[in-house]
Design a protein around this ligand. Structure first.
Ligand code: GUN
Ligand code: FE
Length: 464
């Protein structure tokens, strides 16, 4: 079992076993035993459970369990155009690709196709929790909540609020601010009905971004947040032209972050996507309000938005997680986002003799962003993100190919079973240390290595 112990340190639980109870919670962990079977026996004895009473998780050489990935910013509705952005950047991209695609989801049959494929695909990449943007459409947004619940993906479901007449096209716009707020309430009521304790799906208030929303909608959503404690998600400071547009629209606010703060939307439960071009003053305000940031490196590279400074934000006390921002991001995979987070941080460091050189992120740090960091960003740090007794079993089984098979790793006596054709891009050699195995996975792994995925103890994906 591998998980983040601290922001800069992975912990390797070797010759270990974990017991998960019928509620999907981790009931016990035995670590560092003579071998896995000893760990298993000790665990059963300590819990006083019989072998058939509970699931015990233990794995083979070349495999390890890792916490499920948390995608803190993803547009389910944009799955049909993942990887399609041409030469555009943010504002043209929205007009040319995004809005016409989202408009198609007014039709429920289309929404069903898109959302089912999106949830299946992201589960296959190990995403056990997603903070989703749907569209303005009520029936399709309900359908997304249904699909997540049925397929077993933990999800925050955001009906997108966008009522600004200048920015939003007539064909994809809440016709009035009242309609925008009423439709949001309808989604909240619906999710409460299908999952009363928000165990798997929960609503999230989603003003698309400041230029798309009227002041009435922004303050109306803030009121709902205060009354019901629901989380909020939006975009901030993604691209230079967008920042300029916000300054023009809200000339008295003083900054992009202040616009949200003025309408009561900078809260400890707010997820701000991108945060590429924040000023010192904005970082300080966001930190004071304890709002969170979703770092979306694939998107920021694809749309040429810029390089968000993760360590700079950490240094200012801001919690950060990872987002694919599909389809601004070209991949549905959080593993790819983690990889790209390393590369973006290294671009920040290039050619700079000043403090930016320390912007480089390590493998351990980007995996923290993808799990524990993300858990904090979505407010579930007590439930998910790592392997501790009492946390829920949201996990993935990762399998890497052992070249030549056999005798690998600290517990390895068995022959490798992986066939070449389905083993992915990662080859392990018997001298690879655990640090190196994980680094190889981060840089060369893909969904072929994601063998099984669980949410709250339920097996939700398995490679055939
Ligand atoms: N800003 C407003 N809407 C969007 C969107 O759909 N994607 C991204 N990346 N930025 C946005
Ligand atoms: Fe986005």
């Amino acid at each position: 079992f591998v998980h983040s112990e601290a922001r800069d340190a992975l912990k390797f639980l070797l010759n270990a076993a974990i017991a998960v109870d019928k509620q999907g919670k981790i009931a016990g962990i035995e670590d560092a035993r003579a071998d896995v079977n000893v760990a298993k026996k000790l665990l059963l004895k300590r819990l006083g459970w019989k072998e058939d009473e509970l699931d015990i998780y233990a794995c083979k050489p070349g495999q390890f369990f890792f916490p499920g990935f948390i995608d803190t910013h993803v547009h389910a509705s944009q799955y049909p155009i993942v990887g399609v952005f041409g030469e555009s950047s943010l504002l043209e991209w929205l007009e040319k690709y995004v809005f016409p695609t989202e408009a198609k989801l007014e039709d429920c049959a289309t929404a069903d196709k898109v959302y089912t494929a999106c949830v299946q695909r992201t589960l296959a990449h190990g995403t056990t929790t997603a903070a989703y943007y749907a569209t303005i459409h009520v029936p399709a947004t309900k359908l997304l909540a249904d699909r997540c619940l049925r397929l077993g993906q933990r999800a925050f479901i955001g009906r997108v609020c966008m009522d600004d007449r200048e920015l939003c096209p007539l064909y994809l716009r809440d016709k009035t601010s009242k309609e925008s707020l009423d439709n949001t309430s309808e989604i909240i009521d619906y999710i409460k009905h299908i999952d009363p304790h928000y165990e798997i799906v929960s609503p999230i208030l989603t003003p698309r971004f400041a230029p798309a929303c009227s002041p009435t909608v922004m303050s109306g959503l803030a009121k709902i947040h205060q009354a019901q404690g629901l989380p909020v998600q939006t975009h901030i400071s993604e691209n230079a032209a967008e920042v300029e547009l916000v300054a023009k629209r809200f000339p008295d606010a003083g900054s992009y972050a202040k616009v949200y703060d003025n309408y009561g939307l900078l809260t400890p439960k707010t997820i701000l996507a991108h945060a590429v071009h924040l000023t010192e003053g904005e970082a300080s305000l966001i930190s004071t309000r304890k709002s969170k940031v979703s770092h979306c490196p694939c998107s920021n590279s694809a749309l040429a938005s810029g390089e968000a400074r993760v360590r700079w934000m950490w240094d200012r006390g801001i919690d950060v997680g990872l987002g694919t921002d599909m389809s601004g991001g070209y991949s549905p995979s959080v593993l790819v986002a983690a990889r790209q987070a390393v590369l973006v941080s290294r671009h920040l460091a290039m050619g700079r003799s000043d403090g930016e050189a320390k912007s480089k992120l390590t493998v351990a740090e980007v995996l923290y962003l993808a799990t524990r960091g993300g858990a904090k960003v979505v407010g579930l740090e007590n439930k998910i993100g790592g392997f501790e007794v009492g946390k829920e079993w949201d996990a993935q089984l990762v399998g890497l190919r052992i070249v030549g098979g056999g005798n690998i790793g600290e517990s390895g006596q068995q022959k490798a079973e992986e066939k070449y054709e389905d083993s992915g891009n990662v080859d392990l050699f018997e001298w690879d240390t655990w640090d190196r195995k994980v680094a190889k996975w981060v840089y060369n792994g893909d969904d072929r290595n994601t063998k099984k995925v669980w949410v709250k103890g339920r097996l939700v994906h398995q490679r055939p």
